[in-house]
Write a protein that binds this ligand. Structure first.
Ligand SMILES: [Zn+2]
Length: 476
């Protein structure tokens, strides 16, 4: 009988994935069954070595030599603290002030001071061993405390330990991004439960969560959670290969998701996929965005992710944000169009906003995708692609009947009407525009006069107008 861990949420899933990665790195593995990981006693005893091995995975012998040389020149000493130099900064963001990332205890520890040798192979070996020894000492210390009579919140089997006369509970040191204070952790993560007692083994387990997250640049880390550890592991391995969330990745994710969803009740939504993104914003400060995906959204995404406009890959994150939080894509479009129709206002903005992206567009042509997407969501998967396409074409055709200047004026008026959701103004402008070219207002535009029809009709038309480029003028 080994040491058992359970995966019940994205944090423990990240720890599970991290543990599996660390073991895989040393060609070891442990039995998993559903959400249960069974670590044999002898493997558990060697975890500190494996942990050190994984921490140094990206540091080659050559790189280590460079780092130590720099450090030697700075400090002018014959020994070096390899823990502080090589791994502390990595662990600090996730486990600030924990036994593994407490700068003062690592500074005082003799075992991490190693003699600087000219033999780099030896240096590497010594460094790894020193780091492993330090981690082992921390793990052993955690396991040496007296146990309390409180059952661990995470495994529900072992007992929490007592440190400084207090029963150990899950706190900010065990996963710093969640919060800097235990109080907010309670509210934020485990829904206000105050009895998150933590046993030594589960604490050690949680120190592996860092390896589950994929660094995606700009101090951001991403993890994808599905309610099955094996699938979670696989999907995060794919995520690693893809180097982050992309449309291709989402397609794979939703295919898996829908397989899971088949034959299950909709309440299952409560336990569905999460995409967790951690953004470190300072010392022991982080933003966590976790998106769960409502089934309705997943179904539409699965159908449509392939045709997501390539030229808007840069705003994929914004797009996902909108659909996960179930905000209307018309708000999203309004920002892009606002930038497009008022280019001068936004081109000088420094930060990447939707308006700025809109201002950089040559044509609005691809934006019709988002109207179709939103209407599929609004209509439970039934699509309105055909009428949307028709309205879009009418917009384009009207746009071609006017010269650039006049088209601009009409577009701005219509955009203003859309922004204010002023149906009357929208139609007055339209009627005038058609009278001027001696045409009747196309029948398909009648949909816009209804409460449900205004958005898709107005936006499709406007996007049609914006799709008329100088090159495109005169072609049909
Ligand atoms: Zn436990």
């Amino acid at each position: 009988m080994g040491i058992v861990f359970y995966v019940n949420d994205w944090l423990t899933a990240a720890a599970g994935v991290g543990l599996l990665r660390v073991l895989e790195n040393v060609k070891n593995s442990v039995p998993i069954e559903g959400n249960r990981i069974d670590v044999p006693e002898d493997v558990f005893e060697r975890l500190a070595d494996y942990y050190a091995e994984y921490l140094l995975k990206d540091i080659t012998v050559e790189k280590l030599k460079d780092i130590i040389e720099k450090e030697r020149q700075k400090k002018k000493e014959s020994t070096i603290n390899v823990y502080n130099t090589l791994v502390l900064s990595k662990l600090k963001s996730f486990y600030s002030n924990s036994p593994l990332a407490n700068p003062s205890s690592a500074s005082k520890a003799q075992e991490v001071q190693i003699e600087i040798s000219q033999d780099t192979e030896k240096l590497y070996k010594d460094a790894k061993q020193a780091i492993a020894n330090f981690i082992k000492k921390q793990f052993d210390t955690i396991r040496s405390y007296k146990t309390s009579d409180k059952t661990c919140f995470f495994c529900g089997e072992r007992k929490a330990y007592i440190k400084n006369k207090e029963v150990k509970v899950f706190d900010a040191t065990n996963f710093t991004p969640l919060s800097a204070s235990p109080k907010t952790v309670e509210n934020f993560f485990y829904n206000g439960r105050s009895n998150q007692y933590l046993c030594p083994e589960c604490e050690i387990f949680l120190y592996f969560s860092i390896f589950g997250f994929l660094p995606t640049g700009n101090k951001k880390y991403t993890f994808v959670y599905m309610p099955d550890l094996k699938k979670t592991y696989d999907m995060n391995t794919i995520l690693k290969g893809e180097k982050g969330i992309s449309t291709k990745y989402l397609k794979m994710l939703f295919t898996e998701y829908l397989k899971e969803l088949e034959g299950r009740k909709i309440e299952w939504t409560l336990k569905n996929i999460y995409i967790v993104e951690i953004e470190l914003v300072g010392n022991a400060k982080a933003n966590i965005h976790s998106f769960s995906i409502p089934p309705k959204v997943a179904i539409v995404l699965n159908e449509r992710i392939d045709s997501y406009p390539k030229f808007l890959e840069s705003v994929l994150g914004f797009f996902l944000d909108y659909i996960y939080s179930e905000r209307s894509l018309y708000e999203f479009l309004l920002k892009l169009l606002s930038g497009f129709f008022h280019k001068n206002t936004y081109t000088k903005v420094n930060v990447q906003t939707l308006e700025k992206v809109g201002a950089g567009l040559k044509s609005t042509a691809g934006l019709i995708y988002f109207v179709k997407f939103q209407e599929s969501l609004n209509n439970d998967g039934k699509n309105l692609d055909e009428p949307i396409e028709k309205v879009y074409k009418e917009g384009k055709s009207l746009g071609k009947s006017y010269d650039k200047e006049k088209l601009n004026a009409i577009s701005l008026n219509l955009f203003e009407a859309v922004r204010m959701r002023n149906v009357d103004l929208f139609y007055q402008t339209l009627i005038r525009a058609y009278i001027d070219i001696d045409k009747e207002i196309p029948k398909v535009l009648i949909h816009g006069l209804t409460e449900e029809g205004f958005n898709w009709t107005a936006y499709s038309f406007l996007i049609g107008l914006g799709a008329v480029t100088d090159e495109g003028r005169g072609t049909s």
